[in-house]
Design a binder for this molecule. Sequence first.
Ligand code: FES
Length: 110
Amino acid sequence: MGGPLKRERAVDLDKSTTVRFFRGSLPIGTSQSDTIDAITEHAIEAEVTIPTNCTSGTCGTCLVRLISGEVEIPESLPPGIDDFLISQGGILACCMPPIGDIEIDIIPPL
Ligand code: FES
């Protein structure tokens, strides 16, 4: 049974984070918060649907594409993603929180 991913907080909690969601090139929603952590939670706030299953980095269901900005990527990758997917812009929305403002394409790479 997997537990939550270990990661160091790199997010400045005093600064709000804006997450803009796209479907391809079409803007579909925006979330701005200084309390929300996970991209999946930002998606709920923005009324954007990102499918999830395990919410712990194992299944890969929440794979999306990072258009711009940075997210926290654990040194030891969770089973739901690999180096190739990351090289294609892939990130797991459930467990790779934004570092500052980001833009997300909900269509996964490949
Ligand atoms: S929901 Fe399973 S990896 Fe994100």
